[in-house]
Ligand binder design. Structure first.
Ligand code: SF4
Length: 187
């Protein structure tokens, strides 16, 4: 019997990549995709895939220890500015000295202080991403939201990432739905 496999990920490209890999496996008959946990639960109920989540095999309560060992063999913590929030001691990572040969900062002698002197730009100064990430404000508190800052021309990180609060509000937020969405919801 060939297996039915359910692939769950909110990134379409990640799903497609995994589906193409699975389709090369002779034991896999059907690959179905879900973009969210809810969709996955419905598909599990209706289609009954045979492949289970194997994450617990490699990820424990303490995280993925193998990945952590690899991470700390390459990086070491250092203090740094989290834009819009604060200077966070040990909040950033830098390459260890043993990886200096691939460290672009050292290779190109980049002076971060001079970069910070000219940053952020005037538009970016109005971004309140820091307060949004901290839970102090919502995207509608930003005067750039949906005007100067949109997914195609993002000003701040919250609009760049598909998981950013401003991006999600822009795409799905109440009163901000595209006309096509509003029409299909009404029908
Ligand atoms: S809408 Fe844009 S500029 Fe405003 S907080 Fe969000 S990311 Fe920053």
């Amino acid at each position: 019997m060939r297996l039915t496999v359910l692939v769950v990920d909110d990134e379409p490209l990640a799903r497609t990549g995994l589906r193409l890999l699975l389709e090369q496996d002779r034991d896999v008959g059907t690959t179905i995709e879900a973009a969210s946990g809810r969709e996955a639960v419905l598909l599990i109920r209706d289609r009954r895939p045979e492949v289970d989540n194997m994450f617990p095999r490699c990820v424990t309560q303490d995280g993925n220890l193998t990945a952590q060992r690899q991470l700390w063999s390459v990086f070491t913590p250092t203090g740094g500015v989290w834009r819009g929030i604060a200077h966070v001691p040990n909040g950033n990572l830098r390459l260890r000295d043993s990886w200096a040969h691939v460290d672009a900062r050292r290779h190109f002698a980049i002076d971060l202080q001079t970069l910070w002197d000219g940053a952020p730009s005037l538009l970016t100064q109005q971004c309140v991403c820091g307060d949004i990430i901290s839970g102090l404000k919502s995207p509608r508190d930003c005067r750039l939201f949906g005007r100067e800052c949109v997914p195609d021309m993002p000003v701040g990180a919250c609009m760049v990432s598909s998981e950013g609060t401003c991006r999600i509000w822009h795409e799905y937020g109440v009163g901000n739905r595209p006309a096509s969405f509003a029409r299909s919801a009404a029908s």
